[in-house]
Design a protein around this ligand. Sequence first.
Ligand SMILES: CC(C)(COP(=O)(O)OP(=O)(O)OC[C@H]1O[C@@H](n2cnc3c(N)ncnc32)[C@H](O)[C@@H]1OP(=O)(O)O)[C@@H](O)C(=O)NCCC(=O)NCCS
Length: 466
Amino acid sequence: MHENTKAITDLILKVREKSRQETGNEPAPEMPKPIQWPIQCLVGPGLEGAIACESKVGYVNGAKGWLVYRGYDVFDLCAYSTFEEVSYLLLYGQLPGNSQLKAFKEKMVKYRSIPSTIRLLANFPVATMNTMSALSFGASLMKQELFSQKQDNYRFENGRTISADEDSIPMETRPRGEEHAIYEFNRLDKTKESAEGLYPGADYESSLRLIAGVASVAGAVARLKQGNLPIDSDPNLSHAANLIYMITGKYPTAVQERIMDIALILHADHGINASTFATLVVASTLSDIYFAVGSGIAALNGPLHGGANEQVLHMLKNIGGSDRVDSWYENARAKKEKIMGFGHRVYKAYDPRARILGPLAEYLIKENDDPEVKQLFDVALALEKKVIATLGVEKKIFPNVDFYSGIVYSSLGIPVELFTPIFAVSRVSGWVSRVMEYLEHNRIFRPRAMYSGSFNAEYLPIEKRT
Ligand SMILES: CC(C)(COP(=O)(O)OP(=O)(O)OC[C@H]1O[C@@H](n2cnc3c(N)ncnc32)[C@H](O)[C@@H]1OP(=O)(O)O)[C@@H](O)C(=O)NCCC(=O)NCCS
């Protein structure tokens, strides 16, 4: 292990101990038992407290500050594992052995290479699009690439390709005098009818394609946003290193790679949060998994969810300096504004992800010595202190995952509009793992609303309406 990456492991083990000490007195959860449906639970607004399904993928304990993937403490996974291993764990339920990991990584490398999707994406005005809508669009285009590949395979196996250069045939113009080419057009029409049949519903292979490919889409979106041409993935790099490379065009150092790897692990899964629920709802209709992931991306975009990491950076910049934190905070409190990067529906203790990301941000700043990012970090530290002393005491509100992640990404040279897409790149692992699990015993989601409207409205013609 690289000397500096060992220092990062030590740092994680240190915060793991701190977390265990601080929440050691909180009661341990009961051993899980299989659910006997129907169940009774107290439900609050926003489905707070509602149990949507049974799952073995992951667990969050808000009082103890635990985040567990398939039984493993996220602190241990961050200290010792990689995003590839963790994705395998989430998807298949156990950590891989050597040969399994090798095969998994090979597939990731293969599925990271999606040149025709990226070429298609580059034809759209990505530079002026919201990065998350570009990401969602790119995920949909990936499905198209898969469809095209399946078609190509079919044609290849049957030896019925159009003889000339197909790309040179203009649209809506039939090649002249080539019987078999005309036949090919007819056959293609038929294939079109059954195109949906070739799309995957949800399967492990598509899950893997999404885990690997959405990262490449994010890389392409980043480059197109900056007015650069997208670059191909590098098969020799880990998923984390390749992500940095595809976004920035630069090969990361061992420390940068390790920190991105940890950030990806930390964001990979988090119970039935809004985007995971959105993904499950769509998958439960037996819509395909690309649509389901697209809806996860859409839900993650909001500032109350994954979009908070970008808002945090804007907020810290807006505050301007650590000496301005007090007055800014008093003003925000007086206006009852929400402080971005704080609070959580589940955590009533310090979010374990923020516990790791805070010290990682500090570590990177010491290494990089970028004055702008250092200033952001100083503001963040001062604000954290203020919030914990007030909202922390009053309402158990602490920093969440989004508070320090932006500073970490900034130190890695990643532009702010890419923060939420990177969250999505990682969360795809959790989304698809939970979809695959849910579909084993699928039941379409269909909650209800408590109707509080009227029943006796009299229909009036438009001229009589006020
Ligand atoms: C994450 C979040 C949406 C959870 O929402 P929730 O479980 O519905 O909690 P509520 O919004 O009902 O908040 C409960 C109380 O804490 C307060 N609160 C919660 N988060 C707060 C924050 N970030 N700043 C100030 N007050 C906050 C609310 O005002 C409310 O106070 P009240 O009881 O006096 O009305 C919420 O904490 C929030 O909006 N945080 C900021 C956005 C963010 O960082 N999101 C990323 C989440 S990982």
